[in-house]
Write a new protein. Structure first.
Length: 300
């Protein structure tokens, strides 16, 4: 199984549409994942749901999910924010592996309490405390027996947003720093940490541009990545987004994924975002994948 088995999957159609450049933006409920410091800027309370409703590709599903912790799970996130404090849930592992001798199934979810504070006029700080619960089933086809274990884990995330000016911000976030999970009958496992840092600027009221760098701990099978993204306001309440993701600096290689999306705000009582992430699989056919995301934010 991949070492990033507890990484979950990036979510929130606004963030995905902008090339997953959200650590310095973090202006909705999903800030609890991207950067908990962003919760401080929310002016209202929210219910939020994020879905991954459809993945289109000619490739076999086993190839699509080979390096992913989430296999065919539609709901990626749900949460509520009240007075800059968030209570959220997201699956971090929905994994199945089947071969001629063994079948492995992992189900794990993360429950997170997030809070943010204004350390100074220019600095916002955020903290997540999470509890993970899950089950691990291993079926030995040769011995014809099943081993079922239950697990629990704890982890902490940290975030900071520094406002350079009214139109420029820097963000930094550390996920699973630290993080551990224990399974009945097995040694505990350390969950790989995940770092993000980025810059966002708003040169005009209708334009938001952002760039981001992310890196995983050495005990993960995921590597560093570079992100850039933009958002334009076409008319009041209608947003268009684009982005690119690369495993190398953009001047040294082509992007490994492209993103796009739109967002609609209805009288500030409903916000709906959709996004698509397009990339190629590393297989002989170079199969293309279109990964769709949907998010719904309900202010109250």
């Amino acid at each position: 199984m991949p070492k990033s088995i507890y990484a979950g999957k990036e979510f929130d159609a606004k963030a995905v549409g902008m090339g997953e450049t959200f650590v310095s933006v973090a202006d909705n409920t999903s800030a609890s994942y991207w950067n908990p410091a962003g919760l401080k800027q929310l002016q209202r309370n929210y219910f939020t749901f994020a879905f991954n409703p459809y993945i289109a590709s000619s490739a076999d599903k086993d190839k699509i999910y080979s390096e992913c912790a989430i296999h065919g799970k539609d709901l990626l996130f749900m949460g509520i924010v009240i007075d800059n404090i968030a209570l959220t849930y997201r699956p971090v592992s929905y994994y199945s592996e089947n071969n001629s001798t063994q079948e492995t199934v992992i189900r794990a979810g993360k429950y997170t309490l997030s809070s943010a504070s204004q350390y100074s006029p220019k600095i916002a700080l955020g903290l997540n405390m999470s509890y993970i619960t899950g089950s691990l089933g291993i079926s030995d086809k040769l011995a014809n027996n099943v081993d079922l274990s239950y697990g629990y884990g704890v982890c902490a995330d940290w975030g900071i947003i520094y406002s350079l000016s009214e139109s420029a911000r820097i963000g930094f976030a550390a996920e699973n720093a630290p993080g551990y999970i224990w399974w009945d009958g097995y040694k505990y496992a350390q969950i790989p940490s995940h770092l993000r840092t980025g810059l966002s600027i708003t040169p005009f009221k209708w334009l938001l541009m952002s760039a981001e760098y992310e890196n995983y701990a050495t005990n993960s099978d995921r590597d560093e990545a570079y992100h850039i993204g933009m958002q334009q306001i076409l008319v009041n309440g209608l947003f268009v987004r684009e982005g690119m993701i690369s495993e190398k600096p953009f001047n040294k290689g082509k992007a490994s994924a492209y993103t796009c999306g739109v967002g609609v705000e209805v009288k500030k009582d409903l916000m709906v975002d959709i996004a698509m992430k397009m990339y190629e699989l590393d297989d002989t056919e170079k199969s293309k994948v279109r990964d769709y995301h949907l998010s719904v934010n309900l202010p109250f």
